[in-house]
Design a protein. Structure first.
Length: 131
């Protein structure tokens, strides 16, 4: 079982804790695969798109259950919008998402997840983001 938790700030953070639970025979790598800031030419909005990719490999001779749990960005300002891009079958509750799947012996799997935050240009989104 692999478990991911990240610590959040006012908007979000990429500080993560990785716990290998019961099996150390899972090889994994988490990378920031997209960090794209866009500002609209017309209007007062800008967006930041964040996406992580995690690859897993089961090096054991038994099937393994992988559990990913990560905090979602939270905002207290009404003018900020969040669009989530989570794996199909993910569950969300409060400010967290959970995704689990089975990994057969020798199998490799890659998943991606992230979000897009839109806000007025006056808000510095990069001030809230750590990668």
């Amino acid at each position: 079982q692999v478990h991911f938790d990240s610590l959040s700030s006012d908007l979000f953070s990429d500080s993560s804790l990785y716990s290998l639970g019961y099996s150390n025979e899972i090889i994994f790598n988490r990378t920031l695969s997209k960090e794209k800031l866009r500002k609209s030419i017309i209007g007062n909005k800008k967006t930041i798109e964040i996406e992580w990719t995690i690859s897993f490999e089961n090096t054991s001779n038994k099937p393994q259950t992988i559990l990913i749990e990560d905090f979602l960005p939270t905002v207290s300002k009404n003018e900020i919008e969040i669009d989530l891009n989570l794996p199909r079958g993910s569950n969300t509750y409060d400010d967290t998402f959970i995704y689990s799947f089975e990994l057969d012996p020798g199998e490799k799997e890659e998943i991606s997840y992230g979000f897009i935050i839109s806000a007025p240009k006056a808000i510095e989104l990069k001030d809230y983001y750590k990668n």
